[in-house]
Structures are given as structure tokens and as C-alpha cells.
Design a protein. Structure first.
Length: 83
């Protein structure tokens, strides 16, 4: 797995295990692979940079992505109606 040391860049995840679908825990690694859901991921560090904090994605403006996706959806629906 590796070590956590000052000066090293790290890829880490913190997963919330205190949820009904995550109990009982016999093997944490198996639970992450087979039982964990995306909403169970609390924090993510990639290459030493925090990209998810308290379940919130920090690298993308989620509201902007939703606005753009809605605009594209509306354009596609408009084209379908014209066809």
C-alpha cells in the first residue's frame, strides 16, 4: 500500500462505514469494493491535493455542469421535435 510521510504526495480516500449497508464489517477492503456506494466517500486526496471534502467535489463547479447539461438536453429535445 505505501506510507504516509511528510513531503510525499498521496492518493487517499476516507470512507464512511457507519451506515446500515456497511455493517457488519469483517474486511474493510472487501466492503469498499463490494458494499460501499459513491455517497460513502467522504474525502479524497489525489496526488496530495484534496479533491473531495465532506462529500463535496471541489474540482468542478457542479451547478455549472448541471446548467450546461440541461442546456444540451433542451437543445437535443428541440432538435428531436423538429425532426
Amino acid at each position: 500500500m505505501g506510507t504516509i510521510e511528510i513531503g510525499k504526495k498521496a492518493d487517499l480516500i476516507a470512507v464512511t462505514f457507519r451506515r446500515p449497508h456497511m455493517t457488519p464489517i469483517y474486511d474493510p477492503f472487501s466492503h469498499i469494493v463490494y458494499a460501499a456506494r459513491s455517497l460513502d466517500v467522504k474525502h479524497v486526496v489525489v496526488n496530495g491535493r484534496i479533491v473531495v471534502r465532506d462529500h463535496e467535489l471541489l474540482t468542478v463547479d457542479v451547478d455549472e455542469v448541471i446548467r450546461k447539461a440541461s442546456k444540451v438536453r433542451d437543445e437535443l429535445l428541440s432538435r428531436l421535435k423538429e425532426a
